[in-house]
Design a protein. Sequence first.
Length: 288
Amino acid sequence: MSPHKAMGAMLLVWLASPASLLAEPSPTPGGLLQRSHSMRFEIHSGHLRLSGLRPGQRATLTLQCPEGHAKESLVVSHAGVDAASVTYAYHDAQQQWAVDIQRNGQVLIQHHTNQEDGRLQIEYRQPGLGSVALVVRDGASTRTLTAPDLWRLLLIDREFCGHHLVPMLETLRPGWRLDRFADQIEQALLVRSATGRPLDRQMLDQLVQDLGHPEFRRRQTAEVRLRRFGHQAAGYLGHVDTGNLSAEQRYRLRQIRRALHSPNQDTPERVAAWLIDDPSTWVALLDR
């Protein structure tokens, strides 16, 4: 075993399950992330995150073929709450991968492939705040698709994302079946639209305004009512323009959003609850 492989195998003991160490590790796309028993990609509130990291966790892993045709590396650092970062890279003669996960939810995933007719570059960009984006450069052409979150990105253009985004994410977490999850979201939306009653946007606008009302009782009542709407109001509250709100309104709105943020992975029913009143989602579904 080469020195690089020996070092990688020793450090993998710290991150991986015993079963994954029975065979000598070799560089493969997403391999170090897949072997890690403690880390796994998940989707929370429509945004990618890497779960299983523990405060104080630090490691640097490197795997390289003896011939030097392929190399893979993973750097993990978790100094404390909101201070985790993961950097992953893989490259061989045909393709390159890069995954960069920083504090506050920033994620950048890149996959570049060498083709006979040029170079295919696929990027998923998730900033700490703002819309996520899928950017595909194929030779001289570039297409960028944006949405408020990953689920709406998938629903806006199922074919485009199914061809580029889904395979990229499922390389990092095999068996994820994101296409099936998107189908279940659509089905849950149809069920809710037939059986539920949409929220009154004017009423929600007024409740947000009341968060800054001069009377304390009025402010408190508005906050309680918004909290009671639960995940059904999460989509609306996530896109309230806070630029014209007072400090009191912004504080209360931030507290409500935190209360509605689930620590668990998204489910089709939960996603449908906060997309049911989103016009862009229904426009995308009706355009098919």
